[in-house]
Design a binder for this molecule. Structure first.
Ligand code: AMP
Length: 214
């Protein structure tokens, strides 16, 4: 299955993606994770991305599209993929269409996870992420068993610099201006499935499965 998870930052795309890729046995392609890994490794890509990521701005389309083009050409994507956090602009979505056409592939579905903006500010500013495995926690609703430590792998939990409140608000504005138009873009193509992202995590998964006929 070739799938996109769409939604504002903090909607739960990463959390749902982790469950879905296991079930679908397809690679999880998160451009945010790829940029963070490149920044951590200090590569040229990481250097290019850093100033944008830190401010909550979008990395330029040319850089992001190039990254996804290379990733989708890898053999593991032949059995399908789940894109998380890409596309984020109409130009990226159009480039993805072209890219897939060139690979003789088509999208199967776009799942839009809907959450109210104020809920997102609360979620993101209380979010803690494992430095090692990327698992996510919420200080109030899903705290780790021992503070500062990942339940899954024991890694250190940290607050992503772009999860501080001022940056979160900027990311939400960027989402509204640049990413939200993709909802209509994919609705017009007949690919859009919307789910309520304010429900419990497990319930959201149930709804996504139902929408996808899994
Ligand atoms: P995420 O983990 O998906 O919230 O992404 C974190 C940050 O990475 C975003 O705030 C952007 O700075 C950058 N980023 C991730 N995906 C994209 C994309 N498709 N286009 C541009 N920038 C992106």
């Amino acid at each position: 299955m070739r799938l996109i998870l769409l939604g504002p930052p903090g909607a739960g795309k990463g959390t749902q993606a982790q469950v879905l890729v296991e079930e679908l046995e397809v690679p999880h392609i998160s451009t945010g994770d790829m940029f963070r890994a490149a920044m951590k490794a200090g590569t040229e890509l990481g250097r290019q991305a850093k100033s944008y990521v830190d401010k909550g701005e979008l990395v330029p389309d040319s850089v992001t599209i190039g990254l996804v083009r290379e990733r989708l050409a890898l053999p593991d994507c032949r059995k399908g993929f789940l894109l998380d956090g890409f596309p984020r602009t109409v130009a990226q979505a159009e480039a993805l269409d072209e890219l897939l056409a060139g690979l003789d592939m088509a999208l199967d579905a776009v799942v839009n996870i809907q959450v109210d903006p104020e809920v997102l500010v609360n979620r993101l500013s209380n979010r803690r992420t494992c430095r090692n495995c990327g698992a996510v926690y919420h200080l109030l609703h899903k705290p780790p068993a021992s503070p500062g430590k990942c339940d899954a792998c024991g890694g250190e939990l940290y607050q992503r610099p772009d999860d501080h409140e001022a940056t979160v608000r900027n990311r939400l504005e960027v989402y509204t201006a640049q990413t939200r138009p993709l909802i209509d873009f994919y609705r017009r193509k007949g690919l859009l499935h919307s789910v309520d992202g304010e429900a419990e995590v497990e319930q959201v998964t149930v709804e996504i499965r139902r929408e996808l006929g899994l």
